[in-house]
Design a protein around this ligand. Structure first.
Ligand SMILES: Nc1ncnc2c1ncn2[C@@H]1O[C@H](COP(=O)(O)OP(=O)(O)OP(=O)(O)O)[C@@H](O)[C@H]1O
Length: 583
């Protein structure tokens, strides 16, 4: 039960709904117990020749009335208990989603999206079933067992009731043995489903790569393997559930045999009336269902508990990057950035991605970071945004250690254009205005689009800024995506703008226009440009050249050329490339 402790807030909020539902359930159960009594009266009247038309009508009316009452009552307990379990589904999904959002980026490097999706769907469903259907069955079966036993003793005698209960201990043993196996197998089934969701998600996210490399067969066979594995694990579960239920049904129905034998004898010996015997059998019929329900409850609870275990693992995960107890908010940010002896290793990596990095950018100045692929350029941006924390050294924003700033304040003041330029399946306007909680003025959106030189492309689309992007709409070209991402960062009017290789798909003419636009709006702000192209960064106030995570060269474009180092080499190679292309 401690597995479900995570849901205590939900239960304390919803306890009244559950209580009302349970009360309705108990009322209906009690009404159900009247039905065998009606049969008993009817049989006894019949046996005593007291059954006339009026009596038959009375019994028909009574049966009808109990039928209606049961139907109405069932409606209410369904609404209160099953309705509340739907609320639980909503609550739990939101809790998982909100918690995942609070986790640091590294969590998502080590956990597959498909797996997380499976938790939010199948596992949440299994918990809902346990809390909804499971609760109904446990309350229902316990109450029915107790009341039915009382009615059985009252209708006949304690001896016959004990005989009817002969099978109960066997049921308890079978239930506990099977329960453990079901728990284990259901966990395995859920893991297999996670793998299935994962491969489906990955195959279709990468469908363009799959098609262009003509690897449909490879993906198909991978899917087939996982699908097959999922089938096998489900069949293992079905086998155990398939043995469990008939077994329980068989054991519980043995009671009927015993009662027909012993009860029949008591009728012959006139110890009980025929009416009593029929009512007793009806009660036994009522008892079989709760006994079987106990079996189902165990099955459903074990599945729910297995899924809750899996969900708890996510909910217990703590974010690596959190606010300090006392955080500072940036009041009037200037955008000064300083790296002091910063060294950093990615989690689970033995090598330093950055080693002893030192630089400082004053307000209104620009810094360029250049270097071979994998030299650590993007890592500098990630550290400044506190997507990771450096193991050594300090990073200062306006002379405050970024670990002392609130994450919100720090990130709100940085306009980041990431390398992957991810855009959501929303309208272009919504993508550009992504940093605003409320809809922002279209004038701001248009202005940002003009500054990033994507405006003319957007207005050419039939729906302009209202064009929907992604799976449900238009696919932008690489350059259009990059410029839309730049607009998304510029609209924030950030104190620090980071362009991470954000002009690589833009032609040099457009690049120049964008850089000129930036010069005017960023004159009092800080710009960090990460690039492979020297044409993008040559006008920056300082350029640092990274090599294997270390600053190998630094200076202005002119001073670096005089250095005769790797930078000059790179510049000459790029000039040569340009010449070849232009010829
Ligand atoms: N999440 C991560 N976990 C482990 N290692 C990582 C991670 N991200 C990057 N690295 C490694 O850190 C090093 C620096 O990566 P980084 O992305 O900063 O390079 P970069 O200079 O920006 O490269 P590029 O020009 O290709 O974008 C690389 O060796 C890379 O493999």
């Amino acid at each position: 039960m401690s597995t479900f402790f995570t849901l205590k807030d939900f239960f304390s909020k919803q306890k009244w709904n559950y209580l009302i539902g349970v009360i309705w359930l108990l009322i209906i159960d009690s009404i159900q117990l009247i039905v065998p009594q009606i049969f008993r009266w009817l049989t006894n009247d019949f046996q005593n020749n007291a059954l006339n038309n009026k009596a038959i009508l009375k019994y028909v009316f009574l049966i009808l009335l109990t039928g209606i009452a049961i139907a109405v009552g069932r409606f209410f307990w369904r609404i209160y208990i099953l309705g509340t379990s739907r609320e639980l589904e909503y609550y739990l999904r939101k809790k998982i989603f909100d918690h995942l959002l609070s986790l640091s980026p590294n969590y998502f490097n080590t956990h597959k999206t498909g797996d997380l999706m499976a938790h939010a769907t199948n596992d949440v469903n299994a918990v809902r079933m346990a809390i909804g259907q499971g609760t109904i069955m446990i309350v229902d079966s316990m109450f029915m067992i107790v009341l039915t036993l009382i009615m059985m003793v009252k209708t006949t005698n304690i001896r016959l009731t004990f005989i009817a209960l002969f099978t109960l201990p066997f049921i308890v043993i079978v239930v506990s043995k099977f329960g453990k196996i079901i728990h284990k197998r259901f966990k395995i089934v859920q893991e297999a489903f996670s793998d299935l969701t994962d491969i489906t998600q990955e195959s279709f996210s990468g469908v363009r790569v799959v098609k262009s490399f003509v690897q449909e067969n490879l993906i198909q066979s991978k899917f087939e393997k996982v699908n097959n594995d999922n089938l096998k694990k489900n069949l293992d579960l079905v086998k155990i559930s398939g043995t469990f239920h008939p077994f329980i049904e068989f054991i519980s129905s043995l009671s009927f045999l015993l009662i027909i034998f012993y009860g029949g004898k008591e009728v012959i010996l006139n110890k009980i009336s025929l009416g009593d015997f029929i009512a007793f059998n009806s009660y036994l019929g009522l008892l079989v269902w709760p006994m079987m329900a106990l079996g189902w409850v165990i099955n459903i609870f074990q599945r729910g508990a297995a899924s809750m275990d899996r969900i708890n693992i996510i909910l217990e995960e703590t974010p690596d990057i959190v606010n300090n107890p006392k955080t500072i908010e940036l009041e009037q940010p200037k955008g000064q950035v300083q790296f002091k002896n910063v060294s950093f290793k990615y989690p689970d990596s033995d090598n330093y991605a950055l080693k002893n990095i030192n630089f400082s950018i004053e307000q209104g100045k620009s810094l360029a970071i250049i270097g071979r692929t994998g030299s650590g350029k993007s890592t500098i941006a990630s550290l400044l945004l506190r997507l990771y924390d450096a193991q050594d050294g300090n990073i200062l924003f306006d002379n405050i250690d970024i670990k002392d700033l609130s994450l919100k304040s720090l990130r709100e003041n940085i306009g980041y254009v990431p390398q992957d330029n991810f855009l959501f399946s929303n309208t272009i306007a919504e993508n550009i205005a992504f940093s605003f909680d409320k809809p922002t003025s279209s004038e701001k959106v248009v202005n940002a689009a003009k500054l990033s030189e994507v405006y003319n492309n957007i207005i050419e689309f039939e729906n302009g800024f209202e064009t929907i992007l992604g799976e449900r709409g238009v696919t932008l070209s690489g350059g259009q995506k990059q410029r839309t991402s730049i607009a998304r960062a510029l609209i924030k009017e950030p104190s620090v703008l980071i362009l991470d290789d954000s002009l690589s798909s833009v032609d040099t003419e457009t690049e120049e226009k964008i850089l000129n636009n930036l010069k005017t709006i960023m004159d009092t702000k800080t710009t960090i440009i990460i690039s492979h192209r020297i044409s993008t960064i040559k006008d920056c106030d300082e350029i640092i050249l990274l090599s294997n995570g270390e600053i190998a060269e630094r200076g202005t474009h002119e001073s670096l050329l005089l250095n005769n180092g790797f930078y000059k080499n790179l510049y000459e190679n790029q000039l040569l490339e340009e010449k070849i292309i232009n010829n």
